[in-house]
Design a protein around this ligand. Structure first.
Ligand code: AMP
Length: 302
C-alpha cells in the first residue's frame, strides 16, 4: 500500500509582509511527499535540475519517500515566486519559471504502476493525464489544481476531473471553474462532472467537504502566528490522502477524519517557511493537535 504523487518540485522565492526567502525548497509534490510520509509510503514522480540541493534529497530519504520516479536532468529546477498580502489568504504570483518542466515527460517506474492511491498534485493537467494513461486504474484518484490551469488549459483539466474520485480545490478556484459564486452550489456542480467528493479549501478559514449526502466543515486551526502559507494546500492534501491510505477505506467517517487530519497537518506547515516545520514535526504533535481539533469543534446537543 502506498501513494503515488506527481507534481512540482521547486525552489520558491516567498515574500510575506514581514520577511522574504529566496530559493526555498517547495513545490506541490515536495510538500505532499514529506507531509504524507507521516501516514503512508510515498512514491514521488517529478523532475529537478542539476541545481537541486543535495540536502533536499536527503530530506526525502529521511522521510522514506521513494524517489525512483524523481528525474534529475540537465538544466534549472522549476522556480516560483509569490507575494502574500497582509491578509495572508491573498497572494500574487510574481514569477513562474518552468525550466526543466518545459520538456518534462513523466515516466512511471513499472513498480509504481499498480499503486492504489494516486495524488495528482498541482501540475499541468496534460501531465496529470499522461500519468493516468501509463498506470493501471488505481483505487482512488485525488486531484489538485490551480487558477493558472483553469485559465489556460480548462479542457485538459475537465478531462482530469472526469477521472477524479476526490477533487481538492480552493474557494476562488471552484468559483472560477464553475462560474458559480455559491460554494455549495459550485461543489454540487463539480460532483456532476466525475468526482464523488469535492473538498473546497478556504485557507485559514478551513475546508468544506461536499458529497451527494451533504456537507462537512472543518475550521482552520486557530494560530496566533502564521509565518508562510505556501504549501498549505499540498500539506492539507497530504494529511487527507495519507490518512485515507493508512486506514485503507473511504467512508463518510474516515473522510471526515481525513479532512481534520488535513487541516491539522496544514496548520503546522504555516508555522514556518518552506518545509522547515515539517522537518521537525513528530507523530505525537500531530495526534495532540488532532485531539485539540475535536475540543475546539465539539458541542453538546441541547
Ligand atoms: P500551495 O501554497 O499549496 O498552493 O502550493 C504552493 C506550491 O505550488 C509552491 O511551492 C510552488 O512551487 C508550487 N507551484 C506554484 N505554481 C505552480 C505551477 N504553475 N505548477 C506547479 N507547481 C506550482
Amino acid at each position: 500500500m502506498a501513494i503515488l504523487v506527481v507534481g512540482s518540485v521547486a525552489l520558491d522565492t516567498i515574500e510575506t509582509p514581514f520577511a522574504r526567502r529566496e530559493d526555498a525548497l517547495g513545490g506541490s509534490a515536495m510538500y505532499f511527499s514529506v507531509g504524507a510520509s507521516f501516514f503512508s509510503d510515498v512514491r514521488l514522480v517529478g523532475v529537478v535540475g542539476t541545481d537541486f540541493p543535495a540536502d533536499a534529497i536527503t530530506l526525502l530519504q529521511n522521510h522514506n519517500v521513494d524517489i525512483t520516479g524523481l528525474q534529475q536532468v540537465e538544466g534549472k529546477t522549476f522556480r516560483w515566486s509569490g507575494r502574500y498580502h497582509m491578509d495572508m489568504n491573498q497572494r500574487d504570483t510574481l514569477d513562474t519559471q518552468l525550466n526543466v518542466f518545459e520538456e518534462f515527460s513523466p515516466k512511471i517506474p513499472d513498480e509504481y504502476k499498480s499503486t492504489d492511491y494516486h495524488f495528482l498534485a498541482n501540475i499541468h493537467p496534460a501531465l496529470q493525464l499522461d500519468v493516468l494513461s501509463q498506470v493501471e486504474k488505481p483505487e482512488l484518484i485525488i486531484t489538485d489544481t490551480m487558477n493558472l490551469w483553469i485559465d489556460t488549459t480548462p479542457d485538459d483539466l475537465w478531462k482530469v476531473i472526469a477521472q477524479t474520485d476526490i477533487m481538492l480545490i480552493s474557494d476562488s478556484e471552484i468559483r472560477q471553474l464553475t462560474d458559480e459564486p455559491n460554494l455549495l452550489v459550485a461543489g454540487k456542480k463539480l460532483l456532476k462532472e466525475g468526482p464523488e467528493y469535492v473538498v473546497i479549501k478556504k485557507g485559514e478559514h478551513g475546508a468544506m467537504l461536499v458529497d451527494n449526502g451533504g456537507v462537512f466543515f472543518a475550521p482552520g486551526f486557530p494560530l496566533e502566528d502564521i509565518v508562510d502559507p505556501t504549501g498549505a494546500g499540498d500539506v492539507f492534501a497530504a494529511g487527507l490522502v495519507g490518512y485515507l491510505e493508512k486506514t485503507g477505506t473511504v467512508t463518510d467517517v474516515t473522510l471526515r477524519q481525513a479532512v481534520i487530519y488535513g487541516s491539522t497537518l496544514a496548520s503546522f506547515n504555516v508555522e514556518d517557511f518552506s518545509l522547515e516545520r515539517l522537518k521537525t514535526l513528530t507523530e505525537d504533535e500531530i495526534k495532540e493537535r488532532y485531539r485539540m481539533f475535536k475540543q475546539i469543534t465539539h458541542f453538546e446537543s441541547e
